[in-house]
Design a protein around this ligand. Structure first.
Ligand SMILES: [Fe+2]
Length: 203
């Protein structure tokens, strides 16, 4: 993703910085297959999820900056469901899923965790993430409570631990499109939550 960089000049005027591109001998496009092999190296050398995320996020940033193909997809939300997924990579017996996901403006997702680490990079639109945590009570073991929220705009990257609980809302009228990357799902650990009825159901 191209983000505008800025320059404050000697007169204190803030101007768009003129980028000077220097010819490089290396490939200028970060291809998906290179991204995947870089990911494989990280997964083989780092076992801790949060450390993995710390190592993978810069690759996501590189992909946003150096992969124009990411922005060429014409993915649109399904009018019946309000969302659509395009799987870019999902190889059997290999713990990675790579997707483009579109949400129609105004759509709100169920509250859920993913049961694996995940990274979301917002390519288009504006997305509100609301974060929750478990707050078990003697008679309500699956009670959750709100913790906070974060609004993502184009170019933002958000990483999730396996038990991180959230729901998203596509803000405004325009669809959101995100590039999502997930590890290997532990389905026993993945839940959809109902905050009114205090339930958590595997999905
Ligand atoms: Fe999610």
């Amino acid at each position: 993703m191209k983000k505008q960089d800025w320059l404050v000049d000697n007169n204190g005027v803030c101007l768009p910085l003129k980028i000077l591109s220097i010819p490089s001998k290396t490939a200028s496009v970060y291809r998906l297959y290179r991204f995947l092999t870089d990911l494989e190296d990280i997964l083989e050398t780092i076992q801790d999820d949060e450390k993995r995320l710390g190592a993978i996020a810069p690759l996501m940033r590189k992909l946003l900056n150096e992969s124009p193909w990411l922005y060429l997809s014409m993915l649109e939300p399904n009018p019946d469901t309000g969302w659509e997924i395009m799987t870019l990579y999902d190889e059997p017996s290999f713990p990675l899923t790579v997707q483009l996901v579109a949400w129609a403006g105004g759509t709100v997702s169920p509250i859920h965790n993913h049961g694996c680490w995940g990274i979301v990079a917002l390519l288009e639109g504006k997305e509100k993430n609301t974060f929750w945590r478990r707050n078990p009570q003697p008679n309500q073991p699956d009670k959750i409570e709100k913790v906070g929220e974060k609004i993502l705009t184009e170019g933002d990257i958000l990483c999730f631990s396996a038990d991180a609980i959230h729901h998203i809302e596509a803000m405004g009228n325009q669809p959101t499109i995100s590039f999502n990357l997930y590890g290997e799902t532990d389905y026993d650990r993945r839940f959809e939550f109902n905050a009114r009825e205090n339930t958590a159901i595997n999905f």
